[in-house]
Design a binder for this molecule. Sequence first.
Ligand code: ATR
Length: 532
Amino acid sequence: MICFTLSANTLDGMSAQVDRYHGCFDMLELRLDLLSQEERDKLLQSAGAPAWLGEAPLILTFRRQSDGGAWNGEDAPRLKYVLSLVESHAASLVREGSSVFIDLEDDVVAIAAGREVAAAAARHGVQIIRSRHDFEGTPDDPAAVIGELASCGGPGEIPKLAVQVRGSRDLVRLIKAADAVRGGADCGTGSGTGSGAGAERSAGRVILVGMGPYGFPSRVLSPRIGSFLSYGSDPGEGRGHVAPGQIDPRSMAEVYRCRTQGPHTEVFGIIGNPVLHSRSPAFHNAEFDRQGRDAVYVPFPTDDIEAFRELMTLLDIRGLSVTIPHKEMVAGWFTSNADKGSSCSPEVSAVGACNTVTRDSGGNLVGANTDVAGFLEPLLRRVPDLHSRGVTVLGAGGAARAVVYGLLSAGARVLVLNRNQDRAALLADEYAHLGQISSGALSPDSLSLMATHNDIIVQTTSVGMAPDVDSDPISFYDFTGTEVLYEIIYAPPKTKLLSRAEDAGCSVIGGEEMFLTQAKLQAQLFAQTANI
Ligand code: ATR
């Protein structure tokens, strides 16, 4: 379920948020701490609850600063306010048939005011979410913490654990805990930790939140991992999202289809670092939606590739895109450090980079590199025969490797220019057996070499990429107008170099086309896994 956290500081502002995201949420969370005192008083004094509060099941939350909220006063007035609100509006909403929850931190069971709120909630049919927030990291045994949360209050409370996920290892711990809790709830016998009994007491409902970029997968996979709900918020509310790693409820509903996922939804994803701004999730999720496949594609910011392999098993990940900086390391899964039964396409070994991983019918990993064909196809549409064409490639990094391999395989003559000239020379040496290749510096000294390699110019460096949009890696080169300029950067859609080539009358190819071509090829490989 998607819970939309209302974050405006007035009731009218919150009502406008409800309108803005209408149809994209299953629950609402009213963040009392984000309202001004005046607005809180207004809410309490109003004759009944505003109608929009009854639009969906409602969570009332009055969050302290120490738990990531805005309230920096004493606990007593905070809990007294919640108690009054339960007695007035919450109780009447329940009587009218709505589900109402209050979020109470686990430590307030130790104080009378906290117990009083819980007792009032129980009297009025208001359910309790018993929460704990850890902004330092993920505990060693999150399942045990969930067990503590589930048993510290009354029966039927829903434990909620929100933890800062500091890296891939923390995410593994959190997902394992989700499994353990689910196991306990499903079989009713516990899972060997304290969590099983806790899950039973809460009728299997548990809320797990991984905060921060590394925790993002837990937010968009919540139904898949068995979390009762996942929170989304409105980024347009001045303060931005209310918790680290949140996204808006529309993206949760429409891109990640959080409302239709279930325990059997197949998981695909992209690993990289950073990767949360990748366009691949929008592309592949739309593709799964079009195919009617119960699958979701998630960005996994990854700082530890070995930990990620554990996640692959835990989540039974069916297919992966791989991006910077992991392409070379993942190629190692198929070459230097290959698993028995795994296999890869010749491009992966030749380029030393893998951007796509799928599984065969036996569950073995299969590596591919769709960057090579993704690069070549748009070029071949402009220049069908690359044989003996002179091509200058700017850059000698990971992206250049796939480009140079593709060009040499198609018979082109290649000149590699790089800021670090030794790196260009190494690349040329490594690929010398594949065809005609030379190298030089990315400087005016290479102009005469470029003069014989200027049918096509391919730009693979990061120069000109947002936010560095005013830079041009070959400002020293004047286009004649006959070159084909191929830019692999897609943000911005027109780099300074691409605009300059276009103005000179050159045929140009932007990074968007390569992105889409490689993504479509990847989608075909993912589609093949549907039948196994
Ligand atoms: P990718 O996988 O995207 O190719 P990479 O392997 O880090 O990433 O390579 C980045 C490329 O951009 C390299 O060719 C790099 O040149 P160096 O090898 O000299 O580092 C190039 N690059 C990055 N910043 C640059 C700059 N300011 N000027 C020129 N080239 C630059």
